[in-house]
Write a protein that binds this ligand. Structure first.
Ligand SMILES: [Zn+2]
Length: 344
């Protein structure tokens, strides 16, 4: 891997981490608002209790004023008694006074009710205030934890930012510009090649492209997703040892050109699936199916080791070519496969 590409791989790790931290940091105000919102109902219970107490007090004042004006009216009635001329007027006056006294009693009754209710409301307010206090303490703890996490993220982001800038200084500007462009449009810019595939988009590389990526003389872009590709030999050794020792669980297929088969070589697909190894061969000249072997509890790499030894990889983008063309490969596919062979 050229040093610039190596740097871009690290840069991408740092940049992705930085982006993750920034997203996390941007979410903190929302988190805090959500935590605060937990207090809303506790606050409302306090406010409701206060409002009810206030309403009770104002009702009580109204009744008191009412009583005061009734008393004044009674005094006025009594003042009129000297000017009374007959028994009927006297009776009427007494009746007015009795009526006013009745109203006073009714208002006093109401005040008593309000006083009794007020005790209940005071208890309610005290309970609501205590609950709000407890919940506020809990919320403050949660907020402090969120802010502390934010501080840690901010410190990590600053560190990542510094590292990103340091790496960027050492990378060719043109390369850096395309890295930034791909990163912006695709989420990430550098992709590893594993098992002949671009791990970002799973596109199978043509043999020539694969060998260019391996040679790493220049930065090679994936034909499918446009990302910069790199190849680590140590990662690609691993898959072949697994294949050689165990039986593959998932279907795994590989198209190859086998020079020892057919009139002048054959296009052969090797399939490991559910413990069975299948080989299907088509003559490279005519495209005719010339051989099909299925071995139970076997893997191609072992059972067909002789055929695979001199074979070379082919790129086939259609997944089940051999099912579609059981008897003969069509000419356009033959052409495509032949083009992948070195010129004789
Ligand atoms: Zn790709």
């Amino acid at each position: 891997m050229p040093t610039d590409l190596e740097k871009l791989v690290e840069l991408q790790q740092v940049d992705l981490e930085l982006a993750r931290l920034n997203t996390q940091l941007a979410a903190i105000p929302k988190t805090i608002a959500r935590i605060d919102a937990q207090l809303a109902s506790a606050r409302k219970r306090v406010e409701d209790a206060r409002a009810a107490i206030k309403a009770g007090e104002s009702a009580k004042r109204q009744h008191e004023q009412e009583i005061q004006s009734l008393n004044e009216r009674i005094l006025k009635f009594r003042g009129q008694s000297s000017s009374i001329k007959n028994n009927e007027q006297y009776k009427a006056l007494l009746s007015e006074i009795a009526h006013a006294e009745g109203e006073i009693a009714a208002n006093e009754e109401k005040i008593l009710e309000l006083l009794m209710k007020s005790d209940g409301l005071q208890t309610q307010l005290a309970t609501a205030e205590a609950a709000l206090k407890t919940e506020t303490a809990e919320v403050e703890l949660q907020k402090a934890a969120a802010e502390k996490a934010g501080d840690a993220d901010r410190a990590a982001a600053a560190k990542a930012q510094a590292r990103s800038q340091a790496i960027r200084k050492g990378v060719d500007e043109t390369l850096l510009a395309s890295y930034d462009r791909i990163l912006k449009s695709r989420g990430y810019a550098v992709a590893e090649v594993l098992d002949h595939r671009c791990t970002a988009c799973q596109f199978m590389l043509r043999p020539q492209v694969l060998s260019n990526v391996r040679a790493a003389l220049e930065v090679v872009l994936c034909d499918s997703c446009g990302r910069m590709m790199y190849y680590l030999p140590e990662h690609n050794v691993k898959t072949s040892t697994i294949n050689a020792t165990g039986i593959a669980h998932q279907a795994e297929r590989e198209w190859m050109f086998v020079p020892s088969m057919g009139t002048s070589g054959a296009f052969v697909v090797f399939i490991n699936h559910k413990g069975n190894a299948t080989m299907k061969a088509y003559d490279a000249m005519t495209g005719e199916a010339i051989a099909r072997r299925v071995e139970k509890n076997a893997i191609c790499q072992k059972i067909f080791a002789d055929e695979i030894r001199d074979a070379r990889n082919l790129f086939v983008d259609e997944p089940n070519l051999e099912d579609k063309y059981k008897e003969k490969l069509p000419i356009e596919i033959l052409d495509d496969l032949r083009h992948q062979l070195p010129k004789a």
